[in-house]
Design a protein around this ligand. Structure first.
Ligand SMILES: Cc1ncc(COP(=O)(O)O)c(C=O)c1O
Length: 349
């Protein structure tokens, strides 16, 4: 009972608010045509047999994903969203162990560390340009068993220099290095290929963001073959992903043109929104390598949130972030949604 009571003190991960046509708080891909996905889902339903466990579907998705990423299928492990894989990784790291990460970062990860009783040490990012003090990070990580970095980072949107991550990887050979690439399709580089070279590297990816399938709940891990085999055969649940989700994912990855076009549109819109918001007085918008913008709102915070709410636009209100002040995070939406955002920001005094 004491253990259960303790859990109630863990900060709750705030689930993004409900449905709204202008819901820009969860970094989903709202640019991808909904009808395209409806058609794919209906066709997928016709192809599956729900009476059976999804054995062939698993094999098919592993094969398609391996072709798409140009990586051995033995390096891949599917999960029910990358959230579920994170939980298993923390089980593997184990109670009482220590992990080094940064602040701010993906808040869910920290709350899961608390649940799994993995100590969470965080190194502050520079509030000026979101850069990481590598020396300090490596020094702290040497006292830890594992590290967690988002690349690009959520909520700040930046991707660290590749040379910095490489330095971390080579300096911390004995640590499990988890790189969360949930937003990598919008970024400058991926470390996927490096899993062959670094046996301590684990990369997390997801179908929830760029691929537009947040509702299907599919994530995956990429690691060297030995670790991935162990994870797939001994740690992961045999059927963590259901047949319907697998079939839909297979179709989307087999017809990637629409998804890829939406990614390119989002990147263009991200730059347009960034340029225009940079001219708005008394706020600071940060350059982003993801599908969202991180904005320091200073004294305009309450007015901005009120104006967005009045227009029924939902964004992620981050509150006061140590070292930064009051910030929000906005998902890049359709051109129409982004124009609405710009008009609101331009009209706030
Ligand atoms: C950095 C990061 N990792 C993982 C996830 C979770 O992804 P999934 O939907 O695959 O569980 C998110 C979702 O917001 C995220 O921002």
């Amino acid at each position: 009972m004491r253990e259960i009571k303790k859990i109630s003190t863990i900060e709750k991960y705030t689930i993004p608010s409900g449905n709204n046509s202008c819901k820009l708080d969860a970094n989903e891909n709202v640019v991808l045509d909904k009808n395209f996905l409806i058609n794919i889902s209906l066709n997928s339903l016709k192809k599956i047999d729900l009476r059976r466990y999804p054995i062939e579907l698993y094999e098919d998705l592993y094969k398609k994903l391996s072709n798409y990423l140009m990586i051995s299928k033995r390096s891949l492990v599917l999960g029910s969203g990358s959230d579920q894989i994170i939980d298993l990784l923390l089980t593997l790291i184990g109670r009482g162990r220590r992990l080094t990460s940064i602040y701010p970062t993906f808040s869910y990860f920290k709350t899961r560390c608390q649940l799994h009783k993995v100590g969470f040490s965080e190194i502050l990012l520079s509030s000026i340009d979101n850069t990481l003090n590598n020396g300090k990070f490596i020094e702290d990580a040497k006292k830890s068993h594992a590290i967690y970095l988002c690349s690009p980072n959520n909520p700040t949107g930046n991707q660290f220099e590749k040379s910095q991550i490489l330095e971390i990887l080579t300096s911390l050979e004995n640590n499990l290095v988890i790189i969360d690439e949930a937003y990598v399709e919008f970024a400058k580089y991926s470390l996927t290929r490096l899993v062959q070279k670094y046996p301590n590297l684990v990369i997390l990816r997801t179908f929830s963001k760029a691929v537009g399938l947040a509702g299907a709940r599919i994530g995956y891990m990429i690691a060297n073959e030995e670790l991935a085999d162990l994870f797939r055969n001994k740690i992961q649940l045999p059927y963590a992903v259901n047949s319907i989700s697998l079939a839909i994912a297979i179709s989307v990855i087999s017809n990637p043109e629409k998804m890829e076009k939406s990614i390119s549109l989002i990147k263009d819109e991200r730059e347009r929104l960034y340029r225009n918001l940079s001219n708005v007085k008394k706020i600071n918008v940060y350059k982003s390598d993801a599908n969202f913008l991180f904005i320091k709102c200073n004294e305009k915070y309450d007015r901005i949130l009120e104006a967005l709410e009045n227009s029924r636009i939902i964004v992620k209100a981050l509150g006061n972030i140590e070292n930064y002040g009051k910030c929000i995070r906005i998902t890049i939406g359709t051109k129409k949604m982004n124009n609405k955002i710009l008009s609101i920001f331009n009209n706030i005094q």
